[in-house]
Design a protein around this ligand. Structure first.
Ligand code: ADP
Ligand code: MG
Length: 683
């Protein structure tokens, strides 16, 4: 077994586990070892019951007073027992674990680890972990890794497999060049991998982490650099003359393009007419009007006799673009074709045929499909929307089809320009830093749960005025299934709270694409008034008639993500509102959310988010969807990111193909990354 063996090389990993692990992006031993903990659990010194506080997690040492009793009348069987220790009596309860009845003995002393809560007047710890004093001694003060999980993969399983891999694999081979490791005083790979999973203490973990963050950024930067080398001087095989259609389209819009949109459009036109092929990023906050720019570029390609395609990260978004482009291009007889996963095999075949025969000009779809089987005829322009959803490899893949097409990448990721230059080092950048003029800023409020009733009344009012509403349900970590149930439950309750003539529907990740499309279509057409949803609506959805966004458990989302969600309203002429429901009583949660009330500017919010999280907060909120590296944090680890980027640049300048013998291991690492890692990196 070595680093590159398949995961089935481990004892106890059969086909079933292999499939489950694949869902976490783990295929090889290397993938497994680079599946890092999201946090650590520190087994603290046990305390007596008199020292515990309600709501505060603790390891409690006490003696069991009564034999455990099982209550079968509750929804799931509950095992309950009474314990005693100096000062206080406590209850322990476990749900759905009836077998515990026989393994816990009355009169014995145990350590119960969990959070005491007040249940009908008595302090109860629900679902505590159970240890004998001897067992606990071994764990005391150790840092146990806590991994992100998926259904069927437990933390215990990951700990066991990673332990096994660390013992069984030779990790002494370094892929970082020695001078680099010395210059930045980085720990050995071997040490880093062991300590990140099972750290001796906090300090060792940080040392390990620093090395691994550097690795991740370094390989990423190498990938970017080598892509840049490849695309830099590529000849423009599809030079495009300015197209009259585009001027007509602009003249026919119900609004005027903003100055920033106009400037961006000119930059794109210049690129597409120039000597070299275009590789451009359009960065613009949500609602800044990126779609129409993409439409212009595609239209120009079509009038010049070429094909163009636009890839969206979700099916819902692809359909939305399709419909708006059909409408926009109709006067010019420019043909648009849709290509998504929920289409029947036959529909897909027809689409492929049309593409190959050049019976269509513009192809709109989800990225996998556009890449897979499509054979284009003079594909001159590839647009990707919400680029942070696409990996490095996909970008390269498309550029590699036929003569290199122009590439336009659109992103709402609110990052400072200096960072953008590093992260998108291979692209030229246009910034749309101006919102359409007539737009009324969204009005925001952060409220507690007691406001829910008033919020529902407000929603009703807005619906009566002909508007539409989104309600975002709290996310349920680790289980999409539970998340789905949650949305269904919430919808039922909301239906009771609102008059029955208001049409309320829900949307979640477990629904079939067809179902989702239908709901989104009906919502878009105004047939559904209130849409209860998980964050699947987060990216790009455009229903300008929606004026209210209500977000439950808002404190559990990252600020940047909340900003994206808020971006779903405020897209039309009417005043829009965003209601953040804060269900936590922590002061810090309230403060964080207040940032959103203060500003509607994504760049400002990203900056404030960083300040509030503070550089020490390595395992803070998941910044869902925004620049996710496995372990590196582009904000907190910005210095390392810069160092890694500089190092990568210098190295590529010296040894462009990484052909020198001392760079062999690095070359292999980069190849593996380009082959697979670039996909799991959600940029
Ligand atoms: P995003 O940049 O988030 O992708 P969209 O392209 O979806 O934003 O545009 C949001 C909304 O603003 C759309 O309804 C679009 O028609 C409208 N829009 C775009 N540009 C302008 C403009 N210059 N003036 C007024 N409305 C605009
Ligand atoms: Mg968009």
């Amino acid at each position: 077994m070595d680093l590159y063996s398949e995961i089935t090389a481990l004892k106890g990993v059969g086909e079933k586990t292999q499939k489950l692990l694949a869902r976490l992006g783990i295929f090889t031993i290397e993938n497994l070892l680079e599946y890092y903990p999201k946090n650590y659990d520190v087994y603290e010194a046990p305390v007596f019951p008199e020292e515990i506080q309600e709501g505060k997690a603790a390891a409690i040492i006490c003696t069991v007073m009564t034999p455990p009793s099982v209550n079968h009348k509750t929804r799931v069987p509950a095992v309950t027992l009474k314990t005693r220790g100096p000062g206080r009596m406590l209850y322990m309860t476990w749900y759905n674990m009836p077998y515990l009845k026989n393994s816990i003995k009355s009169g014995e002393t145990y350590i119960f680890r969990g959070t005491p809560v007040n249940k009908r007047g008595s302090l109860t710890v629900e679902q505590p972990e159970i240890f004998t004093p001897e067992e606990y001694k071994e764990k005391l003060n150790s840092m146990q890794p806590v991994y992100p999980l998926t259904e069927g993969v437990s933390n215990k399983l990951l700990i066991r497999l990673i332990g096994q891999a660390l013992d069984g694999v030779d990790l002494s081979r370094e892929f970082l060049p020695d001078p680099v490791r010395r210059k930045y005083k980085l720990a050995e790979y071997n040490f880093a991998l062991r300590q990140i999973h099972f750290p001796k203490d906090w300090e060792q973990m940080l040392t390990a982490r620093r090395r691994l963050v550097f690795d991740e950024f370094f390989v990423f930067a190498l990938a970017i650099q080598s892509m840049k080398e490849q695309t830099r001087q590529v000849k423009n095989h599809y030079p495009m003359a300015p197209a009259s259609f585009c001027d007509d389209l602009i003249a026919g819009l119900p609004y005027q393009l903003t100055g920033a949109q106009m400037r961006t459009w000119k930059e794109i036109q210049a690129d597409m007419a120039s000597e070299n092929v275009m590789n451009r990023l359009i960065q613009g906050d949500v609602g800044s009007g990126k779609t129409v720019i993409a439409a212009l570029a595609l239209l120009q390609a079509a009038q010049n006799g070429f094909q163009g395609c636009i890839m969206a990260p979700t099916e819902v978004l692809a359909r939305q673009h399709y419909e708006s482009f059909v409408q926009l291009f109709e006067p010019f007889h420019v043909r648009v074709t849709l290509l998504t996963g929920s289409m029947t095999a036959r529909e897909k075949r027809t689409a492929y045929e049309k593409i190959a025969a050049h019976e269509t000009d513009i192809i709109v779809g989800t990225h996998a499909l556009i890449q897979e089987k499509a054979v284009y005829d003079r594909l001159a322009l590839v647009v990707t929307d919400e680029q942070h959803r696409f990996g490095v490899r996909q970008r390269e893949f498309l550029s590699g089809k036929g003569e290199t097409p122009h590439v336009l990448v659109m992103s709402a990721t609110p990052i400072p320009r200096t960072l953008a230059i590093i992260l998108y080092g291979d692209l030229d950048i246009s910034v749309i830093d101006e919102l359409p003029a007539r737009r009324l800023p969204v009005k925001n409020c952060v409220v507690g749960t007691s406001y829910r009733k008033s919020a529902y009344r407000f929603i009703e009012q807005q619906v009566r005025q002909g508007h539409q509403v989104y309600v975002i349900c709290p996310m349920v970590e680790e289980s999409e299934m539970m998340e789905a149930e949650n949305v269904v439950d919430y919808t039922a309750r909301l239906k009771e709270a609102l008059p029955s003539d208001i049409c309320i529907e829900y949307l979640h990740g477990k629904q079939k694409p067809k179902e989702k499309n239908e709901i989104m279509e009906r919502f878009g057409a105004g047939q559904i008034q209130v849409l209860v949803s998980t964050t699947v609506v987060e990216v790009g959805v455009n229903v300008p008639n929606a004026t209210v966004m209500m977000i439950e458990d808002a404190q559990r989302f990252g600020l940047a993500q909340l900003h994206q969600l808020r971006g779903r309203v405020g897209r039309g002429d009417a005043q829009s509102y965003c209601i953040f429901v804060n269900t936590s009583d922590k002061k810090s949660a309230q403060e964080r959310l207040e940032v959103l009330v203060k500003s509607n500017d994504g760049f400002f919010i990203a900056g404030e988010d960083l300040k509030l999280r503070g550089p020490g907060d390595l395992f803070g909120l998941k910044q869902s969807g925004i620049m996710e590296f496995k372990i590196g944090d582009i904000f907190n680890d910005m210095d390392l990111l810069k160092e890694a980027t500089q190092t990568a640049k210098a190295l590529i300048e010296k040894d462009e193909q990484l052909k020198l013998p001392q760079h062999k291991a690095l070359r292999d690492k980069l190849d593996r990354y380009m082959r697979t890692g670039g996909d799991s990196l959600v940029l």
